[in-house]
Design a protein around this ligand. Sequence first.
Ligand code: ADP
Ligand code: MG
Length: 592
Amino acid sequence: MRGQKTDVAFSDVDWRALKSLLPYLLEHKGRIALALLCLVGAKIASVTLPFILKHIVDSLDTSLTSTLVSIPLALLAAYGLVRFSNVLFGELRDTLFGRITERAMRRIGLRVFEHLHSLDLDFHLNRRTGGLSRDIERGVNGISFIMRFMVFNIGPTLLEIGLVLVLLLLNYHVGFALIIATAVISYVGWSVYATEWRTRYIRQANSAESTSSTRAVDSLMNYETVKYFTNETHEAELYDRDLATWENARRKNRLTLFALNGGQALIIASSMTGAMALAAYDVSRGNMTLGDFVLINAFMMQIFQPLNLLGFVYREMKGSMANIEKMFALLNRVPSIKDGQNADELHVTQAHIEFREVSFHYQPERPILRGISFTIEPHQKVAVVGSSGAGKSTMLKLLFRFYDTSEGEILIDGQNISSVSQHSLRKNIGVVPQDTVLFNTSILENIRYGRIEASEQEVMEAIRLAHLDEFISTLPEGVNTLVGERGLKLSGGEKQRVAIARTVLKQPPILVFDEATSSLDSRSEKSILQALEEISVRQTSLVIAHRLSTIVNADKILVLDKGMIIEQGNHQQLLELGGKYAQLWQLQLQTE
Ligand SMILES: Nc1ncnc2c1ncn2[C@@H]1O[C@H](COP(=O)(O)OP(=O)(O)O)[C@@H](O)[C@H]1O
Ligand SMILES: [Mg+2]
């Protein structure tokens, strides 16, 4: 699964993605400087601790001082103070930096969201449901992780190790520095090697997890279909097969993790033992004090603790980088429908529409529209009829500029729609689509969506025009009834009426109906159409007809067949022509 691949080889990771984060960091220079200061403070404190410890131990050691031991109060106080400031500086640093991380997450999250809305319809039709939001979530979390650990963990840990090595070299037997250096190198080496080796298994487990969850979601979304065909057992078997793959991959994953952790523990234990043995030897020979022994021990512990974390960070970092990269790749995607540079605003005065030799294809091998030409005069109503798949809805998508024409142009009041801004174009067109999808909010909110600032009265008027008032009055919660995901709790006809109401509310100069009343019974269809007729006398409308009886009064009827207009004229003219339209009309008369 493409979306799941969070583990990639180290060399595959494009560290340049980090550069994309830089601008977000640089917004807060002062804060970063303060955080760095806290960081240095914390590190100094932590390196000082073992030295204080050494002096405390030495002052308690009676073999060094012949006199009676006095309690080293000042040293103990210093120890407490330094330990506290170590933690305090660390917390301060996290608090200061957290704000920067969150601001960056917010900024980037918003940018991705806006960008997704600017991408073309084709992108959205091709994406996997849910996969996209998971990519964003992962990317944003990746940012948080990278910011936290890259800046404030890897660097400082290496710094601390270097500092300790220098201090040990200066003050003690060279063996200690050698042991630590060897331990650090072999620890890092083993971690990198084992992590690369494990990557395959982690990837397998991730992909199996994604496959099974995609399967579960798909199966549950098709709940009704599963019941229609009583295929519950079949679904469960498929799901369990995926789960078995997942279980197997996880098992391997676990075993390799055991090897990784085991190796790390072995390296730590043997170098600790080595260093302790050397220190013990030195103490017994009188070259070192007991305090020195404790100091060495403390330093070893202090180094291995962050080293342990380093292994985890290394693993996570790779995943985070891959996620961030994927998110930035999304951001770098260029929409195929774009406003031209200094695109004009569309000015609609008459709402005159012209299709000029328009051809279109989704895939080059399969032309959908071929050389379509027609005009709609201001305030006229033009209807399109034709068999399913003829390209009717496609025509509307071109007018709304969900796609650009392959050839030819579409003009509104003489302005080419591909040279005006998409926003101004779409503001002027009201669409009642073939399949209405609603937001999972109340009926009222869905209707108000047509014009968010509309007054209560205007909303009520739209509801009345769409003949929704009767239906709403039967609902216990009235207009506040929730419509369910995608509007699934409403019937097809009710959904269409909500769609009509919100388009009526938008009050655009151009109206487009794509079989907008196909799910209504003839009686409500007739009354709604009548109402629409009244309000749309000042609007230009393009109507895709489902029942021919609804368009007999259209100013012009276009008959579309295999992407071409084969007949056009008004109802009477087309009947007299005795062609395809006349045929369709006869057919519908018989069935009705
Ligand atoms: N996004 C798309 N990608 C590829 N083919 C499409 C797409 N949308 C529609 N089609 C195809 O274009 C043809 C015309 O579709 P459409 O305009 O919806 O027909 P209708 O006249 O029934 O409204 C259909 O054969 C359909 O399969
Ligand atoms: Mg259609």
